[in-house]
Design a protein around this ligand. Sequence first.
Ligand code: TTP
Ligand code: MG
Length: 396
Amino acid sequence: MLRKLKLRDESRVILHVDMDAFFASVEQRRNNGLRGKPVVVCGKPPRTVVASASYEARAFGVHAKMSIVEARRRCPELRCVEGDLRRYITAFLRVMGILRGYSPHIEVASIDEAFLDMTHCRLLFPSPRGAAEAMKKRIFAELGLTCSVGIGPNKLVAKLASSQGKPDGLMVVSAPEVPHFLDNLPIGQLWGIGSKREEALRSLGIESCGDLGRFPANLLKERFGYLGERLHQMGLGVDEIPVIPLGQEPDPKSFGHFVTLPEDTDDSRVISGFLLRLSEQVGRRLRRNCFQGRRVALTVRFSDFLAVTRQKAAGDPLMSGKEIYRLALKIWDAIGDKRPVRLLGVTVSKLQRVSNQFPLFSRSNKSAALREAVDRVNDKYGDFTLTWGSLHLSPR
Ligand code: TTP
Ligand code: MG
């Protein structure tokens, strides 16, 4: 009986939810005056970038990561809201509450997206599409927010599908439909394909994901090394990585914090002050999660936006802010570049668990969950300056 229930991999049903213009939509929901208007959420103006742009703002060519100055140039009537991560995390926790009604297997992929493994929930819902429609309806009714949903036989296809119908989209791609779906999809839409890689693929005559799947795998490996195999798999729409439920994630590979400085500076005292603050933040996070690390990396972005990352191995595993700071400072001295600095980041990697300590906060603790979510945003969007100044997530 159990064997019969065990479904083969190709019959998996994976659903991906991504909130539409998430931060901007939460702000539009809070403030009637912003509804239907071009709105962006950002850090402290003027030295900040767009974190989230409403679809009305996107019509003017405004998008995430654009400087506020440029965004205002493109759209003079743009409304800029200084964001507060607590609001977005609280909103997403409520979305998660709704999603839990559809599958117990939920992976939080970032601050506004989640994967649900619906394979074993088939008997509960008329169809995956029906479940998605019901879920979207509830999210809108209870939170006033729209999201886009993609359903596919794996996480890769589900995520690609959710991005196709944005905003307020719903796209279902069944296993037999995958080749046709990929044929029409530009390679730039795949995970991990930046503009340089995209250019390299184009130079090989690869334009669509379908082209990528048909391209000889051995040639991709020759050209891109170990990544070549992954590219080949992605081109075929193959992805076996399971949905990893909350709390069962593998150990992280690194912990890092980044900050855009209030103004570009070459003043070494100011720079070392920020390095100390970042090192303390990383140290706290290491200790909170019971890790120590053997490598420190320093990322510096100069005023001309060029960035360098250099790293240094630690003699002994470290977890204190002071030790991290000492190595970060050595790296800074070794870089020896006197151009004004715009952004700094400190990352500790080569992690190992410290087994005789317990996490200070259990995962069920809500404020720890909020902090972890903030850290995830910070890991993903390093130079988003909204973060620490406006946040006081004290444990309750
Ligand atoms: P996204 O899902 O990439 O963007 P979005 O939800 O604003 O818009 P879309 O409809 O295209 O999904 O990111 C989710 C949130 O993460 C976004 O609302 C704000 C935050 N974020 C940053 O803080 N910095 C960034 O650089 C990006 C891209 C997003
Ligand atoms: Mg989104």
